[in-house]
Write a protein that binds this ligand. Structure first.
Ligand SMILES: *[C@@H]1O[C@H](CO)[C@@H](O)[C@H](O)[C@H]1NC(C)=O
Ligand SMILES: *[C@@H]1O[C@H](CO)[C@@H](O)[C@H](O)[C@H]1NC(C)=O
Ligand SMILES: *[C@@H]1O[C@H](CO)[C@@H](O)[C@H](O)[C@H]1NC(C)=O
Ligand SMILES: *[C@@H]1O[C@H](CO)[C@@H](O)[C@H](O)[C@H]1NC(C)=O
Ligand SMILES: *[C@@H]1O[C@H](CO)[C@@H](O)[C@H](O)[C@H]1NC(C)=O
Ligand SMILES: *[C@@H]1O[C@H](CO)[C@@H](O)[C@H](O)[C@H]1NC(C)=O
Ligand SMILES: *[C@@H]1O[C@H](CO)[C@@H](O)[C@H](O)[C@H]1NC(C)=O
Length: 629
């Protein structure tokens, strides 16, 4: 998929152009509309609701206590306060509710007519984003709410089924309710599951003469039942007292501790007449989110497939090398070339430091090996020792390997984890680093159980530090060092909350001396630039891509790849294209952040993770941008 993100200047132009449809003002009073999917519907969206590129209106995500509203922008004249005539109306829509756990979704969807499109204090769960305990049932609400609820429990004194349809006036206590079902012919009522994920038809019709409101539902493939599920007359509802002259119409939905996606796929409405029929063959279908096989992401499947193929090859190579080693045996003492390396450690010191590489001293394990904490017996300094099974068998290979480590050992920057030295033991290579006690950026963002939340200030500072460390590797040292495995778990945070990049350059060591046509893609899924996955060629620009993903990760508090087909970069882009970039911000921040900085980070994140390498900035440009703010 092509993305319309080029440069800030072009962006501005796009924004200006997209204002144009708003400027073309129209016609007299509205009497009807029809949406076969919501492409170009220009609905007033609020909260979590978005319109997917397919044209699906998605009211809530599957996150806890989510609320989404979507309203037609213009109000309709529902009441005439001079002659006190209420207008008749009729609406038809198709919706689907897809629970996270089948049978345990929540909470529901409502069709709403209200004098306003904002519901201050509206809470999630049973209030469906419309009311709270104070505002519920207030006659001053002037609202008609048809609820499609999937959870029981709002009314303790009423033994209500969760899966129900209700007619509500001014609050969530239904004046009339029925378990979700429909009539076939006259009597038989078939049970339906609102949260089955299947498409459901719904009609809401009011006749002002007879003052009767009908609500009808049916499975998508079943045409409109003749007998409505709910039919309320004047004794139940008095819309004369509810409607104000101008009423907005739309949808609201919410989740709670249990949650579902809530979708609307098509919608029509008419005053004083029956709702226009929808062209059912044109309606978009709910996306296959929610842990379904990610069938619409062939790119990712291909990536995973090729990575697993590579893993198998790597394992094969490893076994081959070990076999050869076994045959050759011998040569376990020091080679003479090893003796004059200033960064060489004694194996016995490292063995003592880590208590013999005891499991209890292990502080992590990653793509390249396990990491142990240790205290050096020589100077009582705390170090982190990384143990790698070396794949180099020839002396030549090992010599290159060590030369590389020797040179990386000379890198010095406040945002890099200092590599103190190395040691070779049998076919293991041990790398000795400064010990950084606070843990990785990844664990601070995602794994804290104690409620600790990185503040925006800290996050911004961390991302600046990482940029400056990466710039040093790319441009400021005597040779270009490509990190090749940028990710939040490779960023360690010190006591002063400053970031230190670890594992830099290791990947290059790792495939040094390989045939060029067997070069492996080294990196971590979610951070691998598209061109890197295709060609296997890492570059400064593929590091920038991974840095961009990290920017988005830090701003949104979300993993680069989620369950199912969730891809952070695409997700943020989706919101950005809707002009709602800030809706992706990590909710744990509680809205405490500097808007300009946040916008900068999100925009920079999108630019840096651009699929085309030539469109990404360099680290120097990134640093200039964030310093200017
Ligand atoms: C809505 O837009 C999407 C993507 O542009 C397209 O695939 C779909 O057919 C459109 N739907 C309608 C009803 O035009
Ligand atoms: C509208 O109001 C007029 C005058 O009060 C009344 O004669 C007429 O019957 C009303 N129409 C409807 C549909 O209620
Ligand atoms: C709908 O019908 C009512 C009663 O006939 C009338 O008062 C009202 O103006 C009509 N509304 C529209 C928008 O035509
Ligand atoms: C409900 O919302 C209103 C308006 O925001 C607010 O004043 C009130 O305190 C809220 N009540 C509760 C119980 O949250
Ligand atoms: C809820 O509505 C029912 C019927 O409309 C009514 O009998 C009951 O008193 C209401 N409950 C509350 C708490 O308002
Ligand atoms: C409501 O349903 C009844 C049948 O139960 C029907 O007679 C009436 O015409 C319907 N009203 C509307 C507005 O559809
Ligand atoms: C519904 O949409 C399809 C595909 O766009 C079109 O071929 C068909 O003519 C439409 N049907 C009606 C009744 O408009």
């Amino acid at each position: 998929m092509e993305r319309a993100l080029v440069l800030p200047g072009a962006l501005l132009l796009l924004c200006l152009l997209s204002l144009f449809p708003l400027l073309t003002v129209s016609e007299g009073p509205n009497t009807d509309f029809i949406f076969n999917g919501f492409n170009n519907s220009n609905l007033d969206l609020d909260g979590a609701s978005i319109i997917k590129p397919s044209g699906v209106l998605k009211l809530t995500k599957q996150s806890k206590f989510d609320i989404g509203h979507a309203f037609y922008r213009e109000p309709f004249q529902m009441f005439n306060s001079v002659n006190r005539n209420v207008s008749s109306f009729s609406t038809y829509f198709v919706f689907a509710i897809k629970p996270q756990v089948p049978g345990q979704g929540g909470y529901g969807l409502a069709f709403v007519m209200a004098p306003n499109t904002k519901f201050p204090g509206g809470q999630a769960e049973h209030y469906l984003g419309l009311f709270n305990a104070t505002t519920d049932k207030k006659p001053s609400n002037h609202m008609l709410v048809i609820e499609f609820d999937t959870r029981s429990g709002y009314n303790d004194d009423r033994d209500e089924e969760g899966n129900h349809v209700g007619i509500n006036i001014n609050g969530m206590n239904s004046t009339m309710t029925m378990p979700a079902s429909y009539y076939e012919d006259d009597a038989i009522s078939n049970d339906m599951k609102l949260e089955s994920g299947d498409l459901i038809n719904a009609w809401v019709e009011y006749d002002a003469k007879s003052k009767r409101l009908n609500v009808t539902i049916s499975p998508f493939e079943v045409k409109k039942p003749r007998k409505p599920l709910l039919s309320a007359d004047y004794s139940r509802i008095d819309l004369d007292a509810v409607f104000q002259d101008n009423m907005y119409i739309g949808f609201s939905a919410s989740t709670g501790s249990t949650r579902s996606f809530h979708y609307v796929l098509g919608w029509s409405f008419r005053l004083n007449g029956s709702a226009p029929s929808l062209n059912l063959s044109q309606l978009p279908r709910p996306p296959k989110e929610n842990g379904d096989p990610p069938s619409y992401r062939p790119r990712i499947i291909a990536l995973i497939a090729s990575l697993s193929a590579i893993t198998v090859c790597l394992l094969g190579l490893l076994i081959f090398y070990i076999a050869i080693r076994k045959i050759r045996m011998g040569r376990q003492g020091l080679e003479d070339w090893e003796l004059d390396c200033p960064h060489r450690f004694q194996y016995k010191d490292l063995h003592t430091a880590t208590k013999g590489f005891k499991e209890s001293e292990k502080i992590g394990s990653g793509g390249f090996g396990s990491v142990y904490r240790g205290v050096l017996p020589t100077n009582r300094c705390e170090v982190a020792v990384k143990k790698i099974i070396a794949r180099k068998d020839s002396i030549q290979g090992m010599r290159e390997f060590v030369a590389e480590v020797e040179s990386l050992g000379r890198l010095r920057h406040k945002n890099l984890v200092n590599l103190q030295g190395w040691c070779k033991h049998k076919n293991e290579l041990l790398l000795v680093y400064d010990y950084i006690p606070y843990g990785s950026l990844h664990s601070l963002l995602f794994n804290r159980q104690d409620g600790f939340v990185l503040s925006w200030n800290q996050r911004f500072n961390i991302m600046k530090g990482i940029a400056s460390g990466l710039l040093y590797l790319h441009e400021e040292w005597e040779q270009v060092v490509i990190h090749r495995d940028m990710k939040s778990s490779n960023v360690l945070i010190d006591e002063d909350m400053n970031p230190r990049l670890g594992d830099f350059g290791l990947a290059r060591l790792y495939d040094h001396g390989q045939d060029s046509h067997t070069t492996n893609v080294v990196g971590t899924i979610g951070y691998i630039a598209p061109e890197l996955a295709r060609t296997g060629k890492a570059s400064a620009s593929s590091d920038v891509f991974a840095y961009g993903v990290m920017l988005l990760e830090v701003a949104t508090g979300r993993h680069p790849i989620g369950s199912g087909p969730f891809i952070l970069v695409d997700w943020v882009m989706e919101y950005h294209e809707l002009g709602r970039t800030l809706d992706v911000v990590d909710q744990k921040l509680n809205s405490v952040y500097i808007v300009e900085e946040m916008q900068l980070v999100l925009l920079l994140g999108l630019l840096s993770s651009h699929p085309k390498p030539e469109s990404r900035p360099t680290m120097r440009q990134v640093l200039v941008d964030s310093a200017g703010n």
